[in-house]
Design a protein around this ligand. Sequence first.
Ligand code: COA
Length: 173
Amino acid sequence: MASPIQIKTVITADAATLLNLSRKTFFDAFAHLNNAADMEAYASTAFTLQKYEEELSNPDSHFYFAVVDNTNAGYIKLNYNTAQTELQDPNAIEVERIYILQEFQGQQIGKHLLDFAIQTAIDKKFSYVWLGVWEHNNKAINFYKSKGFIQFGSHPFVLGTDEQTDILMRKEL
Ligand SMILES: CC(C)(COP(=O)(O)OP(=O)(O)OC[C@H]1O[C@@H](n2cnc3c(N)ncnc32)[C@H](O)[C@@H]1OP(=O)(O)O)[C@@H](O)C(=O)NCCC(=O)NCCS
C-alpha cells in the first residue's frame, strides 16, 4: 500500500531545508533542457537563503511540504493578494511553484498538493486558481489539464539570458 502523504506548513526555521529542496528539484527538472550558464544565473538570484527567508516571512506567500515516509518529497508555494506574480486578484490563489523529487514523482503526491491548493481556494470562496508553466513542460501541462486547468494567456519568463514563454493556466471553481 502507498505511504500516506502529509502536508506540513513550512516555517521560517525550515528556510535552508526548503531552499535545498527547491534548488534540487528545479535543477533536476530543467538543467538538461537549458544552458548551464542561464540556469546558474537564474539560481544565483532565485535560490538564496535571504530570498527564501523573505518569502517565508511574507504573510501572503505560503509554502507546504509533502511529507512521505519522513521525507520532504516535494513542496508547493501558494501566493495571495499582492504576492501573486501577476493578476494580483484577491479572489484567486497563484500556485507559483509545485515540485516533487524525481524518485517520488508519479505517486499522486503532486495531485495531493494541487488538490490541497484547490480545496484551500474553495474554502476561501475564491473564484479560481492560476499558475504559469513553461510552454515546453508537457508533463506539467498535461498534469494541470488533468486537474481541469485551461490556458488563458502567456507571459515571458527570463532564465538568465534566455527569454522563455510561460503558459498561464487557470481552474475555475
Ligand atoms: C509535475 C509534477 C508536479 C506532477 O507531480 P507528480 O506527483 O509526479 O504527479 P501525480 O503522480 O500526482 O499525478 C497526478 C495526475 O496527473 C496526471 N499526470 C501526471 N503526469 C502526467 C503526464 N506525464 N501526462 C499526463 N498526465 C499526467 C495524471 O492524471 C495523474 O493522475 P492518475 O495517475 O491518477 O491518472 C511533478 O512531476 C514534478 O515535480 N515535475 C518536475 C517539476 C515541474 O515541472 N513542476 C511544475 C513546474 S510549473
